[in-house]
Design a binder for this molecule. Sequence first.
Ligand SMILES: Nc1ncnc2c1ncn2[C@@H]1O[C@H](COP(=O)(O)OP(=O)(O)OP(=O)(O)O)[C@@H](O)[C@H]1O
Length: 289
Amino acid sequence: MTDDVTTPASVLGEGSLDPQALETVIAAPPSRFRHDYLEVRDLRVVFDGFVAVDGVDLTVTQGDLRFLIGPNGAGKTTIVDAITGLAPATGSVRFGGVELVGRASHKVARAGVGRTFQTASVFDELSVLQNLDIAAGAGRGAWSLLRRRRTVPETVDAALETVGLTHLRDVPAGVLAHGQKQWLEIGMLLVQDARLLLLDEPVAGMSQAEREETGQLLQRIGEQRTVVVVEHDMEFLRSFASSVTVLHQGRVLSEGTVAQVQADPRVVEVYLGRSAGARGSAAGETGGE
Ligand SMILES: Nc1ncnc2c1ncn2[C@@H]1O[C@H](COP(=O)(O)OP(=O)(O)OP(=O)(O)O)[C@@H](O)[C@H]1O
């Protein structure tokens, strides 16, 4: 037996900090320190010999509202597909310490990753509440899901509140305005407790007022969760992005704050130069959609 017991103090050195305080920190529940981040390394997606994503690295921390932009075909949606198990990928995607590459999409969802698609996929015939209930997978049978509930679970209530649909909870989702449907989809990710939200063009087709509300919603959600937004709308990006990754031909072209990427000559070239496929303008004030 040796008396060389490994304690925080023995690792860090006596006097480096209060050992008692460190013991307390280590004993605390892990949830207190949850600070998720998405770490993508050398991600590659090849479709029949065509390289759609070519060695992408991406790190997005909780509290950072990251926008992914780039001309049509740059690989934005394919990256989201690869993260969520819908496109065959190599490399590494880690979230919350879990490797996602090679996992089936339902296992990726179980790891706390949720996504929306360019077109909202809610059940039009069911009420807002029923859509959320189903997403929450409350473990009840189909009939009890369809029956009007006397009480609403706290998570569903909180999601309704967050996405601003409490007053519409009993209306069929089919009658919601376009923006409201997108908010319902985001609410469905919240009740699933997605901690990483990947949103594909969430404001496409929305009115200016809806865009504004969506931006504020994403900022609220982004305080607690890791949010990545694929977007073409440059006005929306300028108003709400806290950081931006610009993709081009499957690679990261530029990354930084909105101001930094707007000032990057390579971004200007891709958006305003020869690349005819570009939609919008990342550089200057000349473009919107
Ligand atoms: N299933 C697939 N099979 C073959 N090629 C594909 C497939 N999915 C995407 N691609 C190709 O991969 C490239 C990247 O497509 P992706 O949809 O990721 O681009 P994007 O940046 O999201 O574009 P957009 O802004 O137009 O949505 C494109 O050239 C596309 O044609």
